[in-house]
Design a protein around this ligand. Structure first.
Ligand code: G3I
Length: 459
């Protein structure tokens, strides 16, 4: 989707006004022809994100941070939210590095993917030495504690990472986690949902890029989870690739999406001579699948990559844009806008979901609709903001909360007030909404919000 010159000048005016008002300088992420000039802005044109893995130890490197701040609107901690980092001793939690990454992301208007609550690698030594019921108890405590610490702040969690075996079995990988019982994955998803009802919950794995035995094993698990009401919202396709994506890459994304989950490309890196073409093909595949909600590359510069010497990323060691960068940006800018349709209701059977309230027409150029997930004493509201016939460069939404209801946390919008007539406004990355397209924000609260409505106006 390209912005028209009219909408571009509206965006420029709005940004200039904001810059003057806030006393900050803003870099416009659009070129004179209206095409977005950064990965994050280009992906946002179709309601998607473009993210990167970030290492806390590099946040003092100005070249690294400049690229991070300029190009990406989603962040994954490369190692800092893993079990060995967050619970180095049993029951003793350390969030310092994870929080550093989260705070950097949030204070720069970016969202965060949480990675990863349970993984057979990077278990702390004490957990590696455990088995059976004791380990199961420690696993569930870990999921609950970490998801609670980050409650309301994480867009999507990789609840379980890499639990399936490579090769042709299509079955689970052996690990001490798996040996606690085959239901460990669903137990982890239920614990994560209870701890942070607002986060999308993902299963994440590698060598699942095409339709093969491993991805089919995962597909069957997701289908079973959906049938039985186990709360799962998304599948992460890591996409550590060499030369090419498999020819059925898009078909594989689509078959997962057809199960009723989002798909996300979570750790993309591609080595080899065909790199630029392969990056464009992966980008186009995501854009072609309505429920592919975003792409994350696994590092910024080639020198930041875990694949030492393979140069699989979008920036060279000096921070220069590579051909692969240009091909991804062009693919994002060439996209026909297809806003991803994201699920807004968790699948836990114990949390009944009220039907989505009808869209409220608004002459100010946008509409808003609420989807509510309630339980006794609390709720999560997801609000969809849809632009009318002209693009939005900013929006405001009002949600009149019933007496006794109060907002406790929110994501992807700023709020004034927590009770009564709460008003919401866009954050930096979701104010620009093309005509007819949508963006979402959400909030969690205590009390009952039954019957909640939302009214939108352009700002
Ligand atoms: O922090 C220590 C440092 O104190 C020590 O001096 C040094 C010595 O080797 O090790 C440092 O830890 C390393 C850590 O990265 C931080 O750099 C670990 O040894 C190293 O094993 C770890 O590698 C990470 C790897 O996961 C662990 O398996 C990579 O950075 C990270 O990119 C990689 O990411 C994984 C995803 O989480 C899941 N999917 C596959 C992907 C690639 O392996």
């Amino acid at each position: 989707m390209k912005l028209t010159s009219r909408s571009f000048s509206r965006a420029a005016l709005a940004s200039a006004f904001l810059a003057t008002t806030l006393g900050v300088s803003l870099v416009l992420a659009s070129s004179a022809d209206g095409a977005a000039s950064t990965l994050g802005a280009a992906a946002a044109q179709s309601g998607r994100y473009f993210g990167t893995a970030v290492a806390a130890g590099k946040l003092g490197d100005s070249t690294y941070v400049n690229i991070l701040n300029r190009e990406f609107n989603m962040v994954t901690a490369e190692n800092e939210m893993k079990w060995d980092a967050t619970e180095p001793n049993p029951g003793q939690f350390n969030y310092s590095s994870g929080d550093r990454i989260l705070n950097h992301a949030v204070s720069n208007g970016k969202r965060v993917r949480g990675h990863a609550l349970l993984w057979y690698q990077q278990e702390p030594g004490w957990a590696q030495r455990m088995e059976g019921a004791g380990l199961r108890q420690a696993m569930m405590n870990h999921v609950t504690q970490v998801a609670t610490h980050y409650r309301g702040k994480i867009y999507a969690w990789d609840v379980v990472n890499e639990a399936f075996a490579d090769g042709n079995s299509g079955g689970r990988r052996d690990s001490n986690l798996q040996r606690t019982g085959n239901d460990w994955i669903e137990a982890a998803f239920r614990a994560a949902r209870a701890a942070d009802p607002g986060a999308k919950l993902c299963y994440n794995d590698y060598n699942t890029d095409g339709i093969n035995a491993k991805s089919t094993g995962i597909y069957n698990m997701v289908r079973d989870f959906k049938a039985r009401g186990v709360p799962i919202d998304c599948v992460g396709i890591q996409s550590h690739l060499t030369n090419n994506a498999p020819s059925d890459y898009q078909a594989n994304l689509q078959r997962f999406a057809d199960l009723g989950v989002d798909v996300q490309i979570t750790e993309l890196d591609i080595s080899g001579a065909n790199q630029a073409n392969a990056y464009a093909a992966v980008t186009r595949a995501c854009l072609a699948v309505a429920r592919c909600t975003g792409i994350t590359v696994w590092g910024i510069r080639d020198t930041d990559s875990w694949r030492t010497g393979q140069n699989p990323l979008l920036f060279d060691g000096s921070g220069n844009k590579k051909a692969a960068y240009n091909s991804v940006l062009a693919a994002l800018n060439a996209a026909t806008p297809t806003t991803p349709t994201t699920p807004t209701t968790p699948t836990t059977p114990t949390t009944p979901t009220t039907p989505t309230t009808p869209t409220t027409p608004n002459p100010g150029g946008c509409t808003a609709s609420v989807s509510l997930n309630s339980w006794n004493g609390g709720f999560v509201a997801t609000v969809k903001v849809t632009a009318g016939g002209t693009p939005l460069t900013g929006w405001r939404v009002t949600t009149p909360l019933p007496g006794g209801a109060a907002v406790t946390s929110s994501w992807s919008a700023g709020n004034s007030g927590t009770t009564g007539n709460v008003s919401w406004s866009n954050v930096s990355y979701n104010g620009n909404v093309p005509a007819g397209q949508s963006t979402e924000f959400g909030f969690q609260g205590t009390g009952s919000a039954e019957g909640l409505t939302a009214t939108c106006s352009a700002s």
